[in-house]
Design a protein around this ligand. Structure first.
Ligand code: ADP
Ligand code: MG
Length: 703
């Protein structure tokens, strides 16, 4: 019998929740904490001391010996350095565990090795971590024993952001302030802030850990760099939503349990399209907490997989020829008095506030399509975006039939008198209910789709932090709201002005709307005609961060300074170059130490067979033919290997970050492809017994 979970009892068990704080803090201190959480500002040191002690007592009761400031440097993953609650021993040799308010609020990890893109000279290399009171502290249970984790922002001595959280928090403030101006215009005086909410759907692969250990490519780059397709792929679509196998089910059960204990509202689980691919979706939360929780989801997936003899691959394209993984970033904005600004209601044509919000988002997405594209780019995602499976690299917006029709009416006539109904979907079976058809419909090929009361940004990579995409989304929409509010707050006739503005924006930015098939060739041509950017790779997207338009946007709302943006550019080029370099070196290693030697042994065996068969007086033409093929591919592989080694050396000697990144993209990647081709061809003809590593069939069908 498997363990029975009491989900309500364990939910949030490892979180220092509001409820726990209310129980453990004096009323006055609790009120102060709550105020800072809701309205910003700083906690007094006296209050921080009380909170720290309560937090420590709670954590120690749960077995914690250490605490850590948990932060999100530009590596895209989280970082932690543990400190014990231990203090210097008393004279009598005893010791008291302590944790002060100062230690809670601020940390100074010697974190000089994190990428900073030149923001920190070595003499001021220290980074500072500062408690993000809006995200609750939690206890992580790992091999080290329970650790109290305090979510923090990570900044330089001068306050420059060195992490992904600081700009996200700044962007949340920006959109809150600007969205408030919009709702005020429509008479909502009760709202005090507007919260960006996010629900990230996380895709991942699970493979057998022992087999993974036999593949250097998986170990070093998280994806396969060689591998011929298995006879079967995903064509039968029998894995998607299929019955979850026992071993995977046991993993999911343990994962859910861990997530619930950490207060992550893990909700949906299913098999995805590719064999060995799965998905977990949580219920949406405030963007900041969603970002933290998504990091915990990714980290916990890897840890729990290990406990089940599995390896979790979060890479965007672990296997060629089958679907890769992404993360649908569901985003909405809601006032603290419960109004979702993206809720069209039953008659969106009459919902002026919604139409204005929609018009602003059209403007934001069209104006900053390049930035949005950039925010979803990482090295792995280059294998997906525009490669016929994930959304294309071109940003467009899908609105669905109903809204598209409303926009069309507004653009053409200035009024939208009618509204298409969703209609009833008849099941034709008397015992089954008929469904109300969703008027927003679904278009799976759109990178940015309106889905009822939220936008679904589908470009984001599976391994990436969702901080950047949401920072960018918040920022660009805040800008559009701000510009609209500037006009409308001063309008003499508000009704007329808002009407005109909606029509103006919708007319001007309607080119961003596309409801057709985003995977088609026609769309690429059509998008070009419309003047929409088609940025094909991560390195080409980098420079969008420092265009005058981008700098003006981010500086206006205090989200990034120009130096911060420039530093991020530098880090991105560097990350790209380093990642491809690791992949190239891994291929070189595998080809020269494993694959070529194995193929040589095999061809030697074949040659001996040819001689033996001939001596025996039989027909050896089949063996000879095979030997010829093997030798041809072997020669091609060796030549490609020599070339890859040469260009890798050339690349790693380059000094300019941008030039180097482009060289990796344009030259090193080609050389990698050229090596992969003959090796994959060899895998198809060489005796399976002789092949030196598990194949695609072994990896994704035998989990
Ligand atoms: P799918 O895209 O697979 O059909 P759903 O529509 O059920 O999935 O939702 C996917 C994700 O969107 C979930 O994480 C869900 O919590 C989130 N979501 C639902 N409503 C909102 C909202 N208003 N704002 C942000 N995220 C939302
Ligand atoms: Mg989705």
């Amino acid at each position: 019998m498997s363990e029975k979970l009491n989900v309500e009892a364990i939910f949030g068990e490892n979180v220092f929740t509001l409820k726990t704080m209310r129980e453990r803090l004096p009323k006055k201190v609790f009120a102060e904490v709550k105020k800072v959480m809701d309205c910003g500002g700083e906690l007094s040191l006296a209050a921080a001391d009380v909170v720290a002690k309560a937090m420590k007592d709670w954590a120690v009761e749960k077995g914690a010996t250490h605490y850590t400031h948990w932060f999100q440097p530009l590596t895209g993953i989280t970082a932690e350095k543990h400190d014990a609650f231990v203090t210097s021993p008393n004279e009598d040799g005893t010791m008291l565990m302590e944790f002060s308010g100062k230690e809670l609020i601020k940390g100074e990890p010697d974190a000089s090795s994190f990428p900073s893109g030149g923001l920190r000279a070595t003499f001021e290399a220290r980074g500072y971590t500062a408690w993000d009171i809006t995200s609750p502290a939690f206890i992580k249970e790992a091999g080290t024993g329970p650790i109290l984790c305090i979510p923090t922002a990570f900044c330089s001595y001068k306050g420059e952001a060195l992490d992904k959280k600081t700009p996200l928090l700044r962007s949340m403030e920006a959109i809150s302030q600007q969205a408030l101006r919009i709702v005020r215009l429509f008479g909502n005086t009760g709202a005090t802030k507007v919260i960006a909410s996010v629900g990230p759907e996380q895709e991942y692969f699970l493979i057998d850990a022992k087999k993974a250990l036999k593949r250097e490519d998986i170990l070093f780059s998280g994806r396969t760099l060689f591998g011929a397709p298995a006879p079967k792929g995903q064509e039968l679509e029998d894995h998607y939503f299929g019955v979850i196998r026992e071993r995977i089910g046991a993993f999911m059960k343990d994962l859910n349990k861990e997530m619930w204990k950490l207060g992550v509202p893990a909700k949906t689980q299913h098999n995805e399209v590719a064999p060995a691919q799965h998905e977990l979706a949580p219920i949406y939360e405030s963007a900041n907490i969603a970002v933290d929780h998504n990091q915990l989801v990714m980290e916990t997936m890897k840890r729990i997989a290990g406990q089940h003899g599995l390896r979790c691959l979060l890479h965007e394209k672990p296997f060629a020829g089958v679907n890769g993984s992404g993360k649908h970033d569901n985003w909405s904005i809601t006032t603290d008095n419960g109004v979702n600004l993206l809720d069209p209601g039953t008659s969106p044509n009459e919902n002026i506030q919604f139409l204005l919000v929609l018009a602003c988002i059209m403007k934001a997405v069209d104006t900053h399509a390049d930035l949005l594209r950039q925010s979803a780019s990482n090295v792995g995602n280059d294998h997906r975006l525009g490669a016929n499976e994930a959304p294309p690299a071109i940003i467009s917006m899908f609105l669905g039939e109903q809204l598209e029709d409303v926009v069309k009416q507004l653009v053409e006539t200035g009024v939208a008198n009618t509204c298409k109904e969703g209609g009833i979907l008849e099941t034709g079976v008397s015992t089954l209910p008929d469904f109300q058809k969703d008027a927003t419909d679904r278009n799976r090929t759109s990178p940015f789709a309106f889905t009822g009361n939220k936008f679904e940004f589908r470009m984001v990579g599976s391994e990436d932090s969702i901080a950047s995409p949401n920072t960018t989304l918040n920022a660009i929409v805040a800008e559009a709201f701000c510009e609209a509010a500037d006009i409308l707050e001063n309008a003499k006739d508000f009704d007329m002005a808002v009407h005109d503005l909606i029509k103006e924006y919708m007319s001007k930015y309607q080119r961003i709307i596309f409801n057709g098939n985003g995977y088609s060739e026609e769309w690429v041509a059509e998008a070009e005609k419309r003047g929409l950017p088609n940025i094909k790779s991560m390195v080409e997207a980098v420079e969008t961060l420092t265009t005058p338009k981008a700098v003006a946007l981010f500086e206006k709302f205090g989200i990034f300074t120009k130096p911060e943006l420039e530093s991020r550019e530098e880090v991105l080029y560097e990350t790209y170059a380093k990642t491809i370099n690791i992949e190239a070196l891994t291929m070189i290693d595998m080809a020269s130490k494993q694959i070529i030697p194995a193929v040589m042994r095999y061809s030697n065996e074949l040659a001996n067979t040819v001689i033996a068969v001939k001596e025996a007086g039989a027909d050896a033409s089949v063996q000879e033919g095979l030997l010829r093929d093997v030798s041809t591919y072997l020669k091609a592989a060796k030549d490609a290997l020599v070339n890859l080694s040469a260009v890798e050396k050339q690349a790693s000697a380059m000094e300019d970050g941008k030039e180097q990144a482009f060289f990796y993209k344009d030259t090193v990647k080609d050389a990698m492809d050229a090596l992969r081709m003959p090796v994959d061809a060899l895998e198809m003809i060489v005796d399976k017994e002789a092949w030196p590593m598990p194949t695609y069939a072994d990896l994704i069908f035998e989990v």
